[in-house]
Design a protein around this ligand. Structure first.
Ligand code: TRP
Length: 460
């Protein structure tokens, strides 16, 4: 076997921050409110929380386990660990790796549409486009922007180019440095926004929408949407974190790392909900407004604040960066596949991946227009990409990943990965063994059954 030298993340905080950088992004600030709003609020939130912690976190751990064991991206990792006997060259598990790469590509395509909007809105914030505008005018701005003949495309391509630039420069300097510095700052701004939003007139109604569950709204579609959203938000179900796991050193513990990231990610999503719903109700924006929800509500909240211009500018700047750390992780999956499978150089792989994404991505952006012909059975191409990845590909990918780690990997290897980095003496060692065994149980039995039941339930 070819022994590759592989760089590791510099520090424990480095991995948590870089994984959090991948997890935190539009999924939390744009997609979570959008999904929660469309799926009835409180009931969705509860299902989301249960799934994110009980299935999402173990799945994140499972991806790390595969990545660190194999020290490769998803395709190579499944090929290496999926082999039954020594000398066997092919294994169908490799297909799970390919599925992940296809999924990354499809997500990145529509994700960069929205990423482009964040860049456009950064420009709008700088040019002070929101001041003195009412709800109707600001929501008109969203429609005008997304229907503009070339602006959203230019923004999308600029965003992709930025992503490619960072990815081509390598994982360590690129991802780690940025995320470590700026993610905590985003959190601070979110908390400030929260306070403002909660003091708007009529805010209580929005809080009730988000936190008081109406279980009559709980349909199989709501549950699978919560599953899809949790996978999307945690960046799991398609192998992105296998690549990250391959950079984690043996002295770090995978369970604590994944749990910290999952908690932080969930916290930010809820925070976004607390910013958006009270404000939306206060301004008279419908919670099921969809894609425009965050982009209409947020500028309106800033407008009500003293120093709103300044906060709005910083917020969109940080949102661009949070989004960038997510697009980096998606492009990273594609680039790792191209460098490891086709032996392209990192730069060539980044360019090839970017061009491919740009083609599909621009179609997604064009399909978002009100009168766009790019609709497939009544759904825009943009929605279709979102729908297919979150409701089908990620649940299927996630299921295969937990099955792989739970049933295909050797028990000893898995337990070893789960407990490495924890204290290995005395009663602490007994506790860490217990932890590893419980997580193995969830990965083997609970997660696969739950994903399968949720997935099949929505099909019927
Ligand atoms: N989790 C990111 C977000 O919430 C999006 C993302 C980045 C992602 N990498 C991923 C989603 C890999 C699925 C898989 O914005």
């Amino acid at each position: 076997m070819k022994e590759q030298k592989r760089e590791n993340f510099g520090s424990k905080l480095g991995i948590i921050m870089a994984t959090a950088g991948s997890a935190l992004g539009l999924g939390n600030i744009y997609r979570f409110p959008c999904e929660a709003g469309a799926n009835g609020g409180g009931a969705f939130l509860i299902v989301y929380l249960v799934i994110a912690l009980a299935i999402g976190t173990p799945l994140m751990i499972a991806e790390f386990v595969i990545g660190r064991r194999a020290k490769q991206g998803p395709i190579g990792a499944f090929r290496l660990l999926g082999r039954g006997r020594e000398g066997q060259r092919r294994t169908p598990w490799t297909l799970v790796g390919y599925l992940g790469v296809v999924c990354a590509f499809l997500i990145l395509a529509f994700y960069t549409t929205v990423a482009g909007w964040t860049l456009g809105y950064l420009g709008k914030a700088a040019a002070n486009h929101f001041s003195g505008q009412d709800m109707t005018q600001i929501s008109q701005q969203f429609t005008d922007f997304t229907n503009h003949p070339w602006l959203p495309i230019v923004c999308q391509l600029a965003f992709l180019a930025l992503t490619a630039f960072v990815v081509a420069r390598g994982v360590k300097q690129g991802i780690e440095r940025w995320s470590k510095l700026l993610m905590p700052l985003l959190l601070v701004i979110m908390v400030i926004l929260c306070v403002k939003s909660l003091t708007l007139p009529g805010a209580a109604e929005g809080l009730r929408f988000l936190f008081a569950p109406d279980f009559s709204k709980l349909t199989p579609h709501v549950i699978v949407s919560a599953l899809g959203q949790s996978f999307f938000s945690l960046s799991i179900g398609m192998g992105a974190l296998i690549t990250y796991g391959s950079y984690i050193s043996r002295s770090d513990n995978l369970v604590t790392t994944a749990t910290s990231v999952a908690l932080a990610d969930t916290f930010v999503a809820i925070l976004a909900g607390i910013v958006i719903f009270p404000a939306a109700f206060s301004f008279g924006i419908r919670p099921e407004a969809g894609a425009s929800l965050a982009f209409t509500t947020l500028p309106l909240v800033f407008q009500q604040m003293t120093g709103g211009y300044f906060f709005c500018l910083i917020f969109f700047l940080l949102l661009v960066i949070a989004t960038l750390t997510s697009t980096i992780s998606l492009l990273e999956v594609i680039v790792t596949a191209l460098t490891e499978e086709l032996h392209l150089s990192r730069t060539a792989a980044a360019i090839a991946g970017t061009i491919g994404t740009a083609v599909i991505g621009v179609l997604a952006t064009l399909s978002f227009r009100t009168a766009s012909p790019i609709h497939i059975s009544g759904r825009s191409f943009f929605d279709l990409l979102d729908h297919v990845t979150a409701l089908y590909l990620m649940p299927i990918g996630g299921l295969l990943i937990v099955l792989f780690v739970g049933w295909r990997m050797r028990r000893k290897d898995m337990l070893d990965e789960l407990s490495s980095g924890l204290v290995s003496e005395g009663s602490a060692s007994r506790a860490s063994r217990f932890l590893a065994t419980s997580i193995r149980f969830i990965i083997r039995y609970i997660a696969p059954v739950a994903i399968l039941v949720i997935f099949i339930n929505q099909l019927t």
